[in-house]
Unconditional design. Sequence first.
Lengths: 530, 185
Amino acid sequence: MSGLKRLWQGVIGLEVHAQISSASKLFSASPTAFNMPVNTQVSLFDAAIPGTLPVLNQRCVELALRTALALNCRINDVSAFDRKHYFYADMPAGYQITQHFRPLANHGRLEFYWQPDDNDPTSIAESVADIVQLQLEQDSGRSLHDSERQLSLIDLNRAGVALMELITGPTLTCGAEAAGFVRELVDLLRCLGACTGSLAEGALRVDANVSCRPAPPAAGDSGLGVRTEIKNINSLAALARAIDFEVARQAAVLDAGEEVINETRALADDATGRSVSMRDKERVQDYRFMPEPNLPPLFPSDLLPAASVDLPPPDQLPPGLRRRLRQELGFSYQHLASSVVAARPLADWRYLDAAVTAAKLSRPVTSPHLGRWFVHCFLGNCFRLLGESAAAEDSGISVESFGAFLSLAVDCAMISEEVGERLLERMFAQPSMDPLAEVQRLNWFLTRNPTEVASRFSQFFHRQDIASKNLDQLVKYGKFKLRGNSKKASVIEERFLALFMEAAEYTVDRTVAAKVVADILQSGVAPPPS
Amino acid sequence: LPRALLLLGPQRPWQRLPRHLCSSSSSSCGAADSPPAGRRCRHRLVPDAPTWRNVADSELPPPTAIDSDTIALLERLSLVQFDTADTVRVVAEAVRFADELRLVHAGPEVEPMTSLPEAWGWRCPLRADTPAEQPRTAVLSNAAQTEEHYFVAPPGNIAAKDSGRERLDRLAEGAKSKASRSSRS
């Protein structure tokens, strides 16, 4: 992969179709509930029975405008609907009502974080995606294909449901970046209440347009290569793999001196990201876009007040919140990207903020552990002990107490991770407890002094049960050392280290203990307990 | 009706219709600019007499060639099969007739009108988001074949049986020769 990356760079744009969470469809009054009996949510208009006309759903426009505002889009003064013609059994009218010429909004942006290197948990990158266009359109029905009997069964429950189409510019470079963008977009849509964002349920559908260009780009050449479109993507992981597979495939084609064919491909294998060509390259699709004559133009400014009711300010929406958590509190990617970040009430983050101030940690916080302590441990305990809807304050642990805990635990300087977790559990059991006093009482501070650690280890080592159970291990260790087999020897050292740490209740520093264990074992003889 | 038009929405060129369209000479209109008795209404956009003009072939842009590829595309887009060269010739003549529209130059300041409501300044009517129950029987009643309340349709999009390039070439050639014969006559 790295050999190919030297020559070619992926250029990716995404088309996202998000099903708007309205109670009725975009142009008719049919309900939009999920998983209802076949064809029970179909009006005469949805079935394209003649003599019916579309009437626009106000809530759908409001939710689309809300999304456009959150994405910093330029809302157009006038917006109109158009017909996109093609024949398919799940689209009874023979055309789809969409917005091709005059969409709702243009030129938005979404900032997001992503992880360039899967293997390095500290790697994190920040990108900005351009939202070129945001428009409303109709969904089509669902078809089940029966190849045995050579027929299709059509369910029109979904036909006519409102979709919001977001088209990004070709600024993404790889699968991980695209997945990061979709993750942030899903969190934003859920926060706004515009879409449930479930890729698995089909509420959010993503198609990727992939092409390659030379890396680094030739000076003065801003042209884009031939692109292919990948459809049938059902999950974020599949999206990343499909894009990376396609970039590699196109790079191989271009390296061989051939040309990439402009085609539509379907994702065939989720695990490897392999896609297959869907349509014949000679087939040209002419959608014959024409303005929808049954719908007068829409003036979005009329609905902006309703759309911006209770719209959170930018730094409280998921992208802004994540930027603050990253820049001020030093969250690592793993905790930043967690859907917990977008799902928690804002009061939780104010709680954390206040606790960090109480702990007198200097900002920006450089320790990578803060995210883990709050998101994983604290909120995890909240969820487990107090239930799903509990907020941080419901734990009863005061801001000062949690601040005191953080000043002990955040850098793992005074107490180890395992001790910290246990301390937090105790604080949840007894919210009024002072963490510092508790640690002093139980003598849970980390020991770093090598001599002290050595004496504790030798005490541990001479315990009756340890010595008797591990005699064979010691014999093996001696043999490995004599033969010079250091890898197997270190395995045994680690085993003893693990036993020691557990016995010492994790109150010794791991690095120091590892060295002590190695020294003592190598010396062959453990000094008698003092 | 013309008075009502003038009350709604912004003025467009075609909205500046005369206040009275009556061709009678009576002065019952009472408008300030009523014409002298005996004369028809005068307005710069409404001519006195029909003004047909025959458009010469030379004024039009070059005719659109309907070759085999275009026939194949049209058949696929419309799901209508051209059966004889005559059909292709009729389509070519229809396209030629529509070519006259290319001579109309309205200028960039005139916005194309999509529908009358847009011209009248109507805004898109909006509906409250309240679902209404939909009886299944009505929607399925027209279907020739249903199965467990699904509509039954042919599988996917089957390509029309491709009768080959020879048929398309034959149609294109036949239409071209017929067209040249009719233009020469």
